[in-house]
Design a protein around this ligand. Structure first.
Ligand code: NAP
Length: 249
């Protein structure tokens, strides 16, 4: 028997990158998966096709995590398609880098709206939909929440907020059998980091030089830990932040 048979998972931002790998790993363990995306329908549908071809269950649903009405729709669609919700993976996120002189209100609000408000809105809906068996919320934070690199004050602040929300909600929701944990990856090669030019930068070489395991990560380095935190293997773990960064701190 697979670890997540009969469970239903919502993965935000699963059309590409880390989220796509998480969706496929959860489905491979038997979960029915809702592949959320903001604008990349094609990418999301490709992830759904791969899951179905491998014998799994999945649908794609468009929703901007920063919009309450769209998140309500995401969970209504989930309930209609699969009849329940057990797992929420808050993966959708954006990263923009800027020295202090160039920070704008838009730079601040876009990142906080998606990375922090979005995660709150999705968690709020998940809590409404989990049944008396509880549920598992897994937040994709980042090593930057404590590493605090230069030119990343706003992005790092969003992820520090994610870490403290994880701990606070774990205490608040534990009595309802809802576990809340975060995974804090180091640099991972994704569509997003390629577009931002990060994986081709000198910064990558510096990070690899400082990383005990000597390389940056791949999405499949992150996804198995999400399966662990979603499953009953982690039944007595809540409020934790798990660094997956090749040993870099
Ligand atoms: P990515 O390749 O850029 O993919 C981002 C995903 O988020 C896409 O599916 C995108 O959907 C979705 N998304 C963006 N804005 C959204 C919104 N408003 N509503 C719903 N979905 C939205 O990103 P990634 O590198 O895989 O990163 C994923 C997560 O890991 C982020 O939270 C990021 O902060 C975190 N992280 C990444 C790294 C890294 O080095 N890659 C390291 C640490 C932490 P569309 O394609 O439809 O826009």
């Amino acid at each position: 028997m697979t670890k997540l048979e009969g469970k239903v998972a919502v993965v935000t931002g699963a059309s590409k990158g880390i989220g796509a790998s998480i969706a496929k790993h959860l489905a491979a363990e038997g979960a029915a998966v809702v592949v959320n995306y903001a604008s990349s329908k094609q990418g999301a549908d490709r992830v759904v096709d791969e899951i179905i071809s491998a014998g799994g269950k999945a649908i794609s649903v468009q929703a901007n995590v920063a919009k309450k009405a769209e998140i309500e729709h995401l969970f209504t669609e989930t309930q209609q398609a699969f009849g329940r919700v057990d797992i929420l993976v808050n993966n959708a996120g954006i990263y923009e880098f800027s020295p202090i002189e160039d920070i704008t209100e838009a730079h601040f609000h876009q990142q906080f709206d998606i990375n922090v408000l979005g995660l709150i809105l999705t968690s709020q809906q998940a809590v409404k939909h989990f049944d008396s068996a509880g549920g598992s919320i897994i937040n994709i934070s980042s090593i930057v929440s404590t590493l605090a690199p230069p030119n990343a004050s706003i992005y790092s602040a969003t992820k520090a907020a994610v870490d403290v929300i994880t701990k606070s909600l774990a205490k608040e929701l534990g009595p309802r059998r809802i576990r809340v944990n975060s995974i804090n990856p180091g640099m991972v090669e994704t569509e997003g980091t390629h577009t931002a030019g990060i994986t081709e930068s000198e910064g990558r070489q510096q990070i690899e030089a400082q990383t005990p395991l000597g390389r940056i990560g791949q999405p499949q380095d992150i996804a198995p830990a999400v399966v662990f935190l979603a499953s009953s293997d982690s039944a007595w773990i809540t409020g934790e932040t798990l660094y997956i960064s090749g040993g870099l701190r």
